[in-house]
Design a protein around this ligand. Structure first.
Ligand SMILES: [Zn+2]
Ligand SMILES: [Zn+2]
Length: 90
């Protein structure tokens, strides 16, 4: 178990990249997924990382993401962040 509950969310966020790369064990995977389903701010972070990773993957294959797609993705990220911030104010 690589997560430390005493560190709270930081402990989970630290390993998001490994999760996205499929480098976690199945057990750690389940624990992280469980945390994401209970923790909207971490889920939001995960979704942004997943989108960024998809863009990076595309450029690695020498296939730049089209500018229109990229700006649409950036826009949806901004909308998500704004929604979370508004929700937190409630
Ligand atoms: Zn969290
Ligand atoms: Zn798994």
């Amino acid at each position: 178990m690589i997560f430390d509950d005493a560190q709270g969310c930081d402990s989970y966020l630290e390993h998001l990249a490994e999760y996205l790369d499929g480098e976690l064990t199945e057990q750690d995977c389940q624990v992280l997924k469980q945390h994401l389903s209970d923790c909207p701010p971490c889920l939001d972070e995960y979704q942004r990382d997943a989108i960024m990773k998809a863009l990076v993957r595309r450029s690695c294959a020498c296939e730049e993401a089209p500018t229109a797609l990229r700006s649409r993705i950036m826009q949806s990220i901004t909308v998500q962040v704004t929604t979370v911030e508004i929700h937190r104010l409630d």
